[in-house]
Design a binder for this molecule. Structure first.
Ligand code: BMA
Length: 332
């Protein structure tokens, strides 16, 4: 099973707005009031490479209209070097956004160093300023604020970081509903590897919470298995509830740093149990816009929507543009 790319890809490219002039990628998605909302990561300059989050909306899931201003920008100390890679769910009538928060330098990505002429002492300084990313949580408690998208920058409530200081975390999603009365997340603690953790490679873990802030019961759900996952795996969009189980789209990174998308099915009542996992990736870098960009050979899924029974997967391509590909919800 392979996803089918939309003909009008990329659906979003860098624009003339200064805060999003060099890259727009890795979009979260949620569906509200007949509208697909895309919350995407935007970068406006290579030197500091600070990310903000922009918003675009669509009725058909393919053609998007964007806002001229970011809807979420670094404000707090723990995110002062950027807010990246959002993932969103509507959970109990609240929109929750998990995102990567950088208190230390985030970029530019190493792949860009030669092109930007970064070497020697400058390279050493940039690398020494790098921080350890954490996951932060923000919410929009009153969904009717979405009727006035321009008000969003004032409406998000920040809940601070939900992963521990010093633990490298990027890929974290919440389930869109409680399971057995508990909130559930999937995350990918990069450094939980070795015999103490039961995995040699960064893997996808599950955890539970009563308040979305304190998480416990951490357990491995999936480890890298295939060649296209040889370096690590991490979650994509929040799991999608289907009759057969929670459909999880995730990314796998191969030894030569290609990012692909894969799919697995988790048990509805105990999502720590994998029911099935497709051996082949469902999307891999093929088109120019996926092969050539600021980081080459990347498809990075972060958003999903089900429109007229068809699955829409929104992804960042080559850390440069936003794209969409569609598939059959019934892939298992
Ligand atoms: C990951 C994250 C993503 C990025 C991907 C490819 O580690 O940094 O934001 O899209 O690498 O560069």
């Amino acid at each position: 099973m392979k996803l089918k790319r939309a003909k009008n890809n990329p659906i979003l490219e860098p624009s003339g707005n200064s805060w999003e002039s060099i890259a727009v990628f890795n979009p979260a998605t949620f569906y509200w009031n007949g509208t697909v909302h895309l919350l995407y990561r935007a970068v406006g300059e290579y030197e500091r490479y600070i990310s903000r989050i922009g918003c675009a909306t669509s009725q058909d899931g393919l053609n998007f209209k964007r806002l001229d201003e970011p809807i979420f920008e670094p404000i707090e100390e723990y995110e002062k070097w950027g807010v990246e890679d959002p993932r969103t769910v509507i959970l109990e009538n609240t929109l929750y956004m998990t995102y990567v928060a950088h208190s230390g330098r985030s970029g530019p990505p190493r792949a860009l160093f030669p092109r930007l002429g970064i070497s020697g002492e400058r390279k050493r300084v940039i690398l020494s300023e790098r921080g350890i990313p954490r996951i932060a949580l923000a919410s929009l408690d009153n969904l009717s604020s979405l009727d006035d998208l321009h008000s969003l920058p004032r409406r998000f409530r920040r809940h601070g970081c939900i992963t521990p200081l010093g633990l490298y975390e990027r890929d974290t999603v919440l389930f869109p509903e409680r399971v057995n009365g508990k909130y559930v997340m999937l995350h990918r603690p990069r450094d939980w590897v070795g015999s103490d953790y039961g995995t040699d490679l960064p893997s996808i873990w599950i955890a539970y919470s009563e308040n979305l802030k304190d998480w416990y019961g951490h357990k491995i759900v999936m480890k890298p298995e295939r060649e296209w996952e040889a370096e690590k795996i991490g979650t994509g969009p929040p799991p999608i509830k289907t009759e057969k189980g929670w459909l999880l789209v995730y990314h796998g990174v191969s030894a030569d740093h290609e990012y692909r998308a894969g799919a697995a099915l988790l048990n509805l009542h105990d999502p720590s149990k994998v029911i099935g996992r497709l051996p082949q990736s469902i999307l891999e870098p093929e088109e120019d816009y996926e092969r050539i960009g600021d980081v080459p050979n990347v498809v990075f899924p972060e958003g999903a929507a089900v429109l007229k029974d068809r699955l829409f997967i929104y992804y960042g391509a080559a850390d440069k543009v936003c794209c969409v590909a569609t598939g059959d919800l019934d892939m298992f």
